[in-house]
Design a protein around this ligand. Structure first.
Ligand code: ZN
Length: 246
């Protein structure tokens, strides 16, 4: 089965549509979405509707929780708080109900465990280093785990059960074999707010039979998203960072 793997769409419809257009020719049969469908961006309602229409298997992220009021906005900095409150007011009742139905615990799909942050701490922990990846190997039952949350595409591969995970940088546009390692934690990067100094949207196509991971990057009209954010009165810093891929 070929799976379109999306994460951290962050209410960026232009980016999501660019991904869907690019992935069209890659023959995927199903969609997995690793959370943070909303937050930061100008089209939370539209992005949820797209994901629902795709029938994507989806988990909850920290920004989805914030939009649902499951955490204190006082913990956010003033700009982030403004964005959270705006997001809350711009999601329809039906889409809010869908958002609140998303699991916050890891979901197992065959050989793959799906979670937003990490299998150890699904909504909050960032898997940004090989040491964190290694510590998390004991927390999922399947050979592979898919995470988002960092907005940085990455593969952490462990060659044996008791070995440390090492970081493999993704080769965009080229399928990477997963058979070489016994366990791996894979991150497709962020559709709507990349943070690896590459402004292009990021996603991956997973082939669960051939066991390959195809990381992709696609340019999208950032200025459209930025104009919509400005019109919505979202914070300038959040608008500017999209152009830097950070
Ligand atoms: Zn995120």
């Amino acid at each position: 089965m070929r799976v379109l793997v999306l994460s951290d769409i962050h209410a960026n419809l232009a980016a999501l549509d660019a991904v869907l257009a690019d992935a069209k020719e890659l023959d995927y049969e199903t969609v997995w979405c690793l959370g943070d469908t909303v937050g930061y961006g100008p089209e939370p309602d539209e992005c949820i509707t797209r994901i629902r229409l795709l029938g994507a298997v989806t988990v909850a992220g920290n920004h989805d929780w914030a939009a649902l009021g499951r955490m204190e906005v006082d913990d956010f900095n003033p700009e982030a708080r403004r964005a959270v409150l705006w997001t809350r007011d711009n999601i329809g009742a039906e889409n809010l109900a869908w958002l609140s139905s998303l699991p916050s615990q890891p979901l197992v799909q065959g050989e793959f465990t799906l979670t937003h942050g990490s299998p150890r701490d699904p909504v909050w922990e960032y898997v940004l280093y090989p040491s964190t990846a290694t510590a998390n190997l004991a927390f999922f039952p399947t050979p592979f785990c898919l995470v988002g949350h960092t907005h940085v595409p990455a593969l952490y591969v462990a060659q044996s059960e008791d070995q440390k995970a090492s970081l493999l940088r993704p080769t965009f546009g080229k399928p990477m074999p997963l058979r070489g390692g016994t366990r791996a934690i894979l991150n497709p990067g962020s559709v709507g707010q990349p943070r690896d100094n590459d402004r292009r949207t990021a996603y991956a196509i997973l082939d669960t039979d051939a066991l390959t991971w195809l990381p992709r990057r696609v340019a999208y009209p950032i200025e459209i998203t930025q104009a919509h954010m400005r019109a919505a009165g979202l914070p300038e810093r959040l608008i500017n960072r999209l152009a830097f891929g950070w």
